[in-house]
Design a protein around this ligand. Sequence first.
Ligand SMILES: [Zn+2]
Length: 513
Amino acid sequence: MDKTRREARSAPVSSKPQKLPAQLAFTLWDCDCDSMDHDGGGEASAILRQLEDLKASKSEIERQISALEARLQEITLPQPNGSVSNGSCPPTIPSVGSGYGHDLSPQMIYRYSRHLLLPSFGVQGQSKLLKSSILVVGAGGLGSPVLLYLAASGVGRLGVVDHDVVELNNMHRQIIHTESFIGQPKVKSAAAACHSINSTIQVVEYQEPLRTSNALEIMSNVILNSSLRFDIIVDATDNAPSRYMINDCCVVLGKPLVSGAAVGLEGQLTVFNYNGGPCYRCLFPTPPPTTACQRCSDAGVLGVVPGVIGCLQALEAIKIASAVGEPLSERMLLFDALSGRIRNVKIRGRSPQCVVCGVKAPFSKQQFQEFDYENFTHSPLTPLPLKLNLLQPDSRINSKEYKGKLVSGEAHVLVDVRPEHHFKIVSLPNSLNIPLPRLEARLPEITSALKEKEDQRGTDSGSGGQVYVICRRGNDSQRAVQYLQKMGFTSAKDIIGGLEGWAHEVDPNVPTY
Ligand SMILES: [Zn+2]
């Protein structure tokens, strides 16, 4: 059965299953620095603090106003021919609920009228949506539009899982959060935003990381009340172990999974475990190498790209919840932001050999709880910035020690091994930018830079001249020092913690990103 026939004309569908790119790595923690200039001293800081306090109060007052307005609307039925504040199409519905052969209240009819006007959606679709419950894992770049649209469209119960806090350098894409929530839990911020859009829905907050120890309970919501369970799961996370874990949990519990990913300028979307369709493991039985899993905090992401994919995830969740349309199962949508192209590719169906959903080895709850996803994917469930430790202590120097070398005027060469576009964001004075992959080819530049320094000082230490290496966080600099020492620069040292370390320990005016 070819489900692809109804695809939009502009989105050609490949007739054959295609080899897919390794699942993109996904958003959550991100770059794009927003450096604040704190010059101006105490007065500026005091004003900033005052502003933050006022914004927080304003946000709380707005939340209370919208809750009270909604409450008032619930208890005050609209008057026939009465006026409505936004002036458009006042409802002229006589009192209560049914009597019309459905269970939508007059307020619901008014609020969701544009949905009801859609012949293919109508009262039936909206009624199902209002009774549905959807869990969104991750309140970041993907989760933001998912939650906003699901709240606005009237999903009866929304769950949101996230352990993280709102950060300024994520706000270019995590549009559900506002500045007044910086430093506060994302679930609190997201729930407040959902309620301010639609105070009639229930939002369940889980301020914790999803783990094998809590995933079954959260997804089936047995902790709160056995009758409160989630029908559909939306994966809006950004790392491989979470993807496998959420997929397996959905298979164990028999729930459809709307999966999206976005990094850089590309995104992808599909629905797993739906009506006998494949699961994530059917497609990717073995995890991609960790090097293939880019994260936004390293690779960058244009904010609107997860926005596009998140909107499409919300759409798929709404289609499944309302039983309208044809969910994107056994197909994958690929989005290329630069060319503006959207492609639909057919993907293989459920694999009988799949270790979680295959015929031979259905995954049990116990197997799920005992499975080590971090070990399986060689990456952590809650990724922290990588901290390598490749060098002996005498091959390393911290930022303060390096500052001391600068002050004492020690002749040396500082090599910055970050990519050129990182170097353009911020760099230390007098550093030589040689990106790590180009180090081998550009070794002579280090030799001649050293010679120049030594000529200036009238010393000659040959190839043993002092070289310091810096990068963003102190990982690539260690790799570079390993290589340089092998190539004869025996006293090369890395600056521990990179530019971030420098910014934290020596000069807070150096922006981090
Ligand atoms: Zn499977």
